[in-house]
Design a protein around this ligand. Structure first.
Ligand code: NAD
Ligand code: ZN
Length: 405
């Protein structure tokens, strides 16, 4: 028996933001990130639409990329004061994820962060507010997912919160908001999206309802991501939908160890000058994980199906897997994303020696490998890695070595 859950309503297409006018309620809080939404006028428009709907509006601004537990707790305190009946989260994955966690704390003020992290362990939400999510990046699909990723900076670890209770009530997928994304953001979020779709397709929790969403998203991203990166606005609009389809798939089929590894490496080297940006981490690790997972016959056959839908050729599944890996590596090159951590520069572009020194990586590797195996996304991966195998896999991701185990 399984469950398939999506938002009740999904408004999409140019101008869809306007649907905020039709919400019914008394008070809405808008949660946004840095300045992108304000600068481009979307924050003002959202406020105006909500006021037109007769609501009092308060804005929580400044959610940082990869939001912290502290940001969540502070936002929840503001919500407790204002008592909104709608939470409208707008921006990239970061402010929307932060708003989801604030929502939990607002509904249940006694809840600790540790309790939020219990997978599929949340109490019933919507006793105080409903949730609208409006993405401005084309990757995380958090507007339709049961996930929120919050970083504990004391531990240097990203924690995925997972429960269908935090699947938003309304998603507004308006391509206008994604138009202003800088090139690098297009690349990273786009590779995040294809990773979602590929991991969902081979996940042990895949099903007839998630497979078509995953496959169609993959073919759309294959067709449109590089063009969007190179400035084609119609392809950028298509990517906004494609990432959302990928999200519908993975929210219900779950993910795999590419995400486990991205979650546990992302903030692990902050003291050396930069985050490994989520989408870039996925882009580097995905080809390695495909090689690892393909030792499992069921997963290999599924990668073969993906390669077929992508029209990559290959006489048998081994050849198809090899073609898929080669294709994804070429996408990384086309998007100026390095193939491994060693060559990941502080600006995220490829360089000879990246910002994570070899000796630091090796010293932290055992702990990172242990944490990655314990990540919530590992359970649905088609092949269960031991901590030793995870260490080897992460080494391949550092040095760009072939995965032959
Ligand atoms: N909840 C989920 O299901 C899920 C899935 C994957 C990843 N994540 C998490 O989401 C976070 C990453 O989110 P993201 O990749 O969307 O980036 P982000 O929200 O961290 O934003 C990155 C930067 O882009 C800017 N920005 C956002 N939209 C813009 C626009 N339209 N124009 C110009 N600038 C814009 C932001 O201000 C910010 O500086 C990570 O914490 C990741 O772990 C969540
Ligand atoms: Zn992701």
């Amino acid at each position: 028996m399984a469950r398939f859950t999506l938002p009740r309503d999904l408004f999409h297409g140019k101008g869809a933001l306007e649907n905020l006018k039709n919400l019914q309620g008394k008070k809405a809080v808008i949660v946004v990130g840095g300045s992108a939404m304000k600068r481009n006028g979307f924050l003002q428009r959202a406020e105006d639409y909500l006021k037109e709907a007769g609501m009092e509006v308060k804005v929580i601004e400044g959610v940082e990329p990869d939001p912290s537990v502290t940001t969540v707790m502070n936002g929840a305190a503001l919500m407790a004061e204002f008592e909104p009946d709608w939470i409208v989260a707008m921006g990239g994955g970061s402010p929307i994820d932060a708003a989801k966690a604030m929502w939990i704390k607002y509904e249940y003020p006694e809840t600790t962060f540790e309790q939020m992290c219990v997978v599929f362990g949340l109490p019933k939400l919507r006793t105080k507010a409903k949730f609208v999510a409006i993405p401005s990046t084309s990757g995380t699909a958090t507007e339709v997912t049961a996930f929120s990723v919050i970083t504990d900076y004391d531990k240097g670890i990203k924690y995925p919160l997972a429960d269908f209770e935090i699947t938003p009530d309304v998603a507004i997928v308006d391509p206008d908001l994604a138009e202003t994304m800088p090139q690098k953001l297009v690349a990273h979020t786009g590779m995040d999206a294809i990773t979602h779709a590929v991991e969902a397709y081979v996940s042990t929790a895949n099903c007839d309802f998630t497979d078509p969403l995953a496959i169609f998203a993959i073919t759309m991203i294959q067709r449109d991501l590089v063009g969007s990166y190179n400035g084609d606005i119609s392809k950028r609009a298509s990517m906004h939908n494609a990432q959302c389809l990928a999200g519908m798939a993975f929210s219900n089929a779950l993910l795999g160890i590419v995400h486990s590894m991205a979650h546990k490496t992302g903030a692990a080297f902050d003291d050396y000058g930069a985050h490994i940006i989520h989408g870039a981490a996925n882009a580097m690790y995905l080809p390695k994980v495909i090689a690892f997972n393909a030792k499992n016959e069921v997963a290999k056959a599924r990668y073969g199906v993906i390669a077929d839908y992508m029209g990559l050729g290959g006489a048998n599944d081994d050849e198809k897997v090899a073609n898929l890996i080669a294709y994804l590596r070429q996408m990384n090159s086309d998007l100026n994303i390095p193939q491994c951590i060693k060559h990941y520069g502080a600006d995220s572009y490829p360089c000879e020696q990246g910002f994570v020194p070899e000796e630091v990586f090796l010293a932290r590797l055992p702990e990172i490998a242990k944490n990655a195996v314990a990540d919530a996304c590992t359970g649905s991966n088609p092949r269960q890695p031991s901590v030793e195998e995870m260490e080897k896999l992460l080494k391949c991701c550092y040095y760009d070595l072939e995965v032959d185990f």
